[in-house]
Design a protein around this ligand. Structure first.
Ligand SMILES: C[S@@+](CC[C@H](N)C(=O)[O-])C[C@H]1O[C@@H](n2cnc3c(N)ncnc32)[C@H](O)[C@@H]1O
Length: 262
């Protein structure tokens, strides 16, 4: 379960480049935040690994963030949790030093996810909580299926099988995280009921996949999307989505409970 050094380099460059536009579009959604807090249970101390600008960092517990990118660190709000510049594969903490470790939409960026997950398990006494996605369900998303199929290949390159994460962590619960239609966090699936958002370069600039996509393929897909939105084809084809409040796009919380408590 390891990514190529070239992939890791590409991603590090993305986060070093993106900085402010990333934190402008990535804001925690309170409904998703609630699910994460529930997953952390009564853990009083938490290490947020691959913390980025600090989305979903609990404010009611002791938190230490770990993040490799200086640009991402510089985007952290004043007063947010203290941050250590480092990587998941080498957490600078003793065994069982914290109640919980948390990794939000980051494991797929790590050079060696298996090693990083073992580190998360090593430093946590009670819980390991990972937010990730199921690639098979993700590929059924209309944006990818109908307009940008090239995203399948790009995302497959970085996706981790949920089963592999579970194998690395030991016994786990896997919880579906449905995405609300008005999701406030601008990650890739957030705009499933607001198709015009994908036409906005500012929104795309906060989504790492678009840093690797071929310009011709992107232009072609977005031109067709713009035209389908304008002539009503998109709405006709996705009427059932327009009435849905939330959908399952494959986002999953993987929770290892070493305390086996509530
Ligand atoms: C999609 S961002 C997620 C940031 C934050 N968790 C959030 O949800 O907003 C992925 C983060 O993983 C970080 N990252 C990349 N490689 C890493 C590694 N080996 N260990 C820890 N974090 C890493 C990136 O620098 C980036 O900040």
């Amino acid at each position: 379960m390891a990514h190529s050094p070239q992939y890791a380099e590409e991603m590090n460059a993305f986060y070093d480049r993106t900085g402010s536009s990333y934190s402008a579009t990535r804001r925690p959604d309170p409904r998703i935040a609630n699910r994460i807090m529930e997953a952390l249970g009564d853990s009083a101390s938490v290490v947020n690994v691959g913390a980025g600008a600090g989305s979903y960092e609990p404010s009611d517990r002791l938190v230490i963030a770990v993040e490799p990118s200086s640009t991402m660190i510089s985007q952290r709000a004043a007063g947010s949790a203290p941050v250590v510049q480092g990587i998941a594969e080498q957490l600078p903490f003793e065994d069982d030093a914290f109640d919980a470790t948390l990794a939000i939409l980051t494991v797929h960026h790590w050079t060696d996810p298996g090693w990083g997950l073992a580190e998360m398990r090593r430093v946590a006494k009670k819980r390991v909580v990972v937010l990730t996605w199921d690639q098979v369900i993700w590929e059924s998303f209309w944006l990818i299926r109908e307009y940008l199929p090239c995203i399948c290949d790009l995302d497959r390159r970085k996706a981790l099988a949920i089963g592999d994460i579970v194998s690395a962590l030991g016994e786990c619960e896997v919880v579906t995280v449905p995405i609300p239609h008005d999701c406030m966090d601008g990650f890739h699936g957030a705009y499933w009921r607001r198709p015009e958002a994908y036409l906005d370069p500012r929104i795309r600039s906060g989504i790492s996949t678009y840093a690797s996509i071929h310009q011709d393929e992107l232009d072609h897909g977005l031109r067709r999307l713009a035209s389908d939105i304008q002539n009503g084809t998109w709405e006709k084809r996705h009427r059932e989505l327009c009435d849905a409040d939330e959908i399952d796009l494959g986002y999953r919380l993987v929770i290892a409970r070493m305390d086996h408590g509530g």
